[in-house]
Design a protein around this ligand. Structure first.
Ligand code: FES
Length: 69
């Protein structure tokens, strides 16, 4: 399994990381800006991991338990 984007909004985690770093945005601000995370919400642990570590591609399922708010 290869997970690299918010499926609901087709926003890649590469674009999420770029937006957050270039514009010094928080996760909430990135979500407002790009729309990701505002649908089913399943990508939210990935968004948190992405901003926390810089990882933009994942090989296993992450849940809120893996990456708490
Ligand atoms: S996968 Fe990102 S909101 Fe559904």
């Amino acid at each position: 399994m290869h997970i690299d984007r918010c499926i609901c909004y087709q926003v890649t985690f590469v674009d999420v990381l770029k937006d957050a770093r270039e514009k010094q945005r928080t996760i909430a601000e990135v979500e407002m800006s790009l729309g990701c995370g505002g649908g089913c919400g399943l990508c939210r642990p990935y968004l948190r991991r992405c901003l926390r570590t810089g990882q933009t591609s994942f090989e296993r399922v992450l849940t809120d338990a893996d990456e708490p708010e």
